[in-house]
Design a protein around this ligand. Structure first.
Ligand code: AMP
Length: 400
């Protein structure tokens, strides 16, 4: 048995999965939420069994101790499972990390040094790495970066038209995000269609609460909608996505918004939430169907931006073989997929209405038989991708 522990450590949460790699079976998974708050929530799942409790969780070190308690109490026992590597999700690897990297002191320092480029993410990611290395001191830890898949972007696609001296001094450029998911989904699409990955042109639409699009040409990301940070691009649950930066000057000068106010407004209080009062696409589409005007407009703005990026990436790829939907919205919202792909028959994109509505687990095709561009729903699995890459970095085979 070759077992990998995957850790995704956020600012107030810690997610983990213990995966048996010969058949990529999840042995157990868990979520520790509200770290640092008065009352935290801990969930641990093993097969059909689920244990939940509430308690105060001071910091990431405490969260790791709780994770270990969960395994000790609810199994599987870490002594039996014996993970060979811990894989960590790290959001920002800058232009320093091009693939999965075994973590040592120097790599920890590099991740720390990149915090200014991803203040909301890299700090908490690193706290998880440090806590995990304390608990699992004798096995390798691997950093899998969200940005790594996008390091293949050309300079033309990744530089902004910002003063070059300023850009270089402060490392301002498009780094993208969701790379682990874009890679997993584009690869899974190629496998599903039985086509060579290095020949396939795929538009991946990872649409969840956070959302990004990616143009993948023969296994390489050539453009993506998130930017220096995950704020750029598509309209998201609570983020604006693209916006004229002069809006910020305007709000500062006219309404006295501080930098922190603007950060909060654009990242947390906008997007679908700011437009409709909810960031849940289920509610927005239900309300729109019932005639709610704000919900209808919110949905239209959301879809308008999606279509903008789909069109742009079809051009970047000089036509696509596949459009692959993933993420909570992409995998589940019949309405968003329908609106986003409407009227594209002239581009060879033909959605099959019935297939779009059919619900099924796993990868499924939702285009018509005559569609030149195959349209797929591909449930993403970032944890499996992190586990695969972590194992690969250590050189341990999946089946021993
Ligand atoms: P994610 O961030 O990928 O977990 O996606 C979460 C989002 O997916 C939620 O906020 C919902 O907006 C959306 N979502 C989940 N289930 C559905 C569904 N059945 N129909 C439409 N949207 C959904």
């Amino acid at each position: 048995m070759t077992v990998v522990l995957v850790v995704n450590s956020g600012s107030s949460s810690l997610k983990y999965q213990l995966i048996e790699m010969s058949d990529e079976r999840v042995l157990a998974s868990g979520l520790i939420e509200r770290i640092g708050e008065a009352s935290g929530v801990v969930t641990h799942k093993r097969g059909d069994e689920r244990a939940e409790r509430e308690l105060e969780i001071g910091d990431h070190d405490a969260a790791f101790d709780i994770m270990m308690q969960n395994f000790a109490e609810h199994g599987p026992s870490m002594d039996d499972a014996k993970p060979v590597v811990v894989g960590h999700r790290i959001v920002q690897g800058g232009r320093r990390f091009y693939g999965p990297t075994i973590i040592d002191e120097k790599v920890e320092m590099d991740i720390e040094e990149l915090i200014p480029l991803a203040p909301l993410h890299n700090g908490p990611n690193l706290a998880g790495v440090r806590a995990a290395r304390r608990v699992f001191a004798n096995i390798p830890h691997v950093a899998v970066f969200d940005t790594a898949f996008h390091t293949t972007l050309s300079d033309a696609a990744s530089y902004y038209a910002l003063n070059r001296e300023v850009a270089d001094k402060y490392r301002v450029r498009k780094y993208g995000a969701h790379g682990t998911s874009h890679k997993y989904v584009s690869e899974a699409a190629a496998e599903f269609l039985d086509r060579p990955y290095d020949e396939l042109r795929t538009v991946v639409l990872h649409i969840g609460n956070g959302a990004s699009a990616c143009a993948v040409d023969g296994g390489k990301s050539i453009d993506t909608s998130m930017g220096m940070t995950p704020l750029e691009g598509l309209v998201m649950g609570t983020r604006t996505g693209d916006i004229d930066p002069a809006v910020l000057f305007h709000l500062h000068r006219k309404a006295g918004y501080s930098v922190d106010d603007l950060d909060r407004l654009l990242n947390k209080q906008s997007g679908l939430l700011g437009l409709t009062g909810t960031n849940d696409v289920r509610d927005v589409t239900a309300r729109a169907a019932a005639g709610d005007e704000a919900a209808e407009l919110g949905l239209e703005i959301y879809v308008h931006r999606l279509r903008h990026y789909i069109g742009s990436y079809l051009v970047a790829l000089q036509g696509a073989d596949v459009i692959a939907w993933c993420g909570g919205v992409g995998e589940n919202s019949v309405e968003v997929r329908k609106r986003a792909l409407a009227g594209m028959e002239w581009l060879g994109v033909e959605l099959d209405a019935e297939r779009n509505e059919a619900r099924r687990d796993g990868i499924r095709e939702i285009s018509t038989d005559s569609s030149r561009v195959r349209i797929l729903v591909v449930p993403t699995n970032e944890e499996i991708e992190i586990a695969r890459q972590s194992l690969e970095a250590t050189g341990v085979p999946a089946a021993q």
